[in-house]
Design a protein around this ligand. Structure first.
Ligand SMILES: Cc1cc2nc3c(=O)[nH]c(=O)nc-3n(C[C@H](O)[C@H](O)[C@H](O)COP(=O)(O)OP(=O)(O)OC[C@H]3O[C@@H](n4cnc5c(N)ncnc54)[C@H](O)[C@@H]3O)c2cc1C
Length: 277
């Protein structure tokens, strides 16, 4: 909803806004995004799923992949190529597609983790009425950038999760360990904690700056990608290695649920930092 609704609010006709926004907000309609294709991932503009304008319909043939919730979705925000003659960013058109139309086949993808939150979707000469156009024919790239900017803005809340991890880490570092020593007595640990605190605080300020700009009516821009990158590296520095979690779980006190602790990661990152200096 956070991604597709703003695009409908910007590019949708009054009829589309009336028809789609409220059921989306209520959760009555599940939506998926049909952007990625087997040969069009990061380079979205190279998408090849074809849409031919025939009479009052756009006739779609091709394949999409990695559609989150694709196996459950009632509707899909679909991007198709309606013109191949010009530069590849032009000639893309966005459609709001009823997934129950004949000619659509959805095949869930099972991931290596065993879940299947994604699907491949195949279109075989699916006739989609022109009333499903979101924006003008050939304006799909603008619709996509608007949609993706809003998707990136969603990363603004990621710092909340890291803040919780950091609070736990600080709390743990103030408690005596099995050897009776309190980690924060060590200047190295205090130094590492200060560095992690700074990382999370910078992320928070970046996120708030972005949210502030959105509240002021400005469109989210590339800063969402900076936040995502900063979140990834900070999260990695705050997450204990998996092998250590297993060891922690096996040595948990009897009767207590095993709960991975974060301190070894702190020690690791503080020694890494020592090497870098
Ligand atoms: C959790 C999740 C949910 C998703 N949901 C959806 C969805 O709902 N709908 C949808 O359409 N798609 C979805 N996707 C797909 C996602 O948008 C694509 O995975 C993404 O566009 C990358 O495409 P790709 O996986 O084909 O990787 P590729 O584009 O093949 O890239 C592979 C690697 O090469 C790097 N790379 C690519 N091009 C360059 C370049 N020019 N220079 C340097 N490095 C480059 C990439 O950074 C990446 O590391 C989802 C993906 C994930 C992980």
């Amino acid at each position: 909803m956070a991604n597709i609704a703003p695009a409908i609010m910007t590019y949708g006709t009054p009829e589309q806004q009336e028809r789609f926004l409220r059921p989306m907000l209520r959760g009555d309609h599940i939506w998926s995004q049909g952007m990625s294709e087997p040969e069009a991932g990061s380079d979205l503009a190279s998408l090849r799923c074809r849409g031919e304008l025939i009479g009052d319909d756009v006739v779609v043939t091709g394949q999409k992949t990695w559609n989150s919730n694709g196996d459950k979705a009632h509707w899909c925000q679909l991007y198709v190529r309606t013109d191949s003659s010009g530069p590849k960013h032009q000639g893309i058109t966005c459609l709001l597609v009823d997934m129950s139309l004949p000619g659509i086949e959805v095949r869930p993808i099972r991931t290596m983790a065993g879940d299947s939150g994604f699907a491949e979707v195949f279109f075989d000469e699916v006739r989609i009425p022109r009333s499903a156009l979101l924006g003008e024919v050939g304006e799909g790239w603008n619709v996509a950038t608007r949609t993706l900017s809003n998707e990136r803005a969603g990363v603004a809340t990621l710092y909340l999760h890291l803040r919780r991890k950091l609070d736990r880490l600080i709390e743990e570092a103030g408690q005596p360990g099995p050897d009776g020593r309190v980690p924060t007595d060590s200047p190295l640990v205090r130094d590492a904690l200060a560095a992690r605190y700074t990382d999370v605080r910078v992320l928070e300020l970046l996120a708030k700056r972005m949210l502030g700009a959105m509240i002021a009516g400005r469109m989210p821009g590339p800063e969402g990608s900076v936040i995502k990158l900063a979140w990834g590296s900070t999260d990695r520095r705050l997450t204990p290695p998996r092998r250590w979690c297993r060891a922690s779980a096996s040595t948990g006190a009897a009767g207590e649920p095993a709960r991975p602790r974060l301190l070894p990661q702190l020690a690791r990152t503080s020694s890494e930092q020592g090497h870098h200096r």
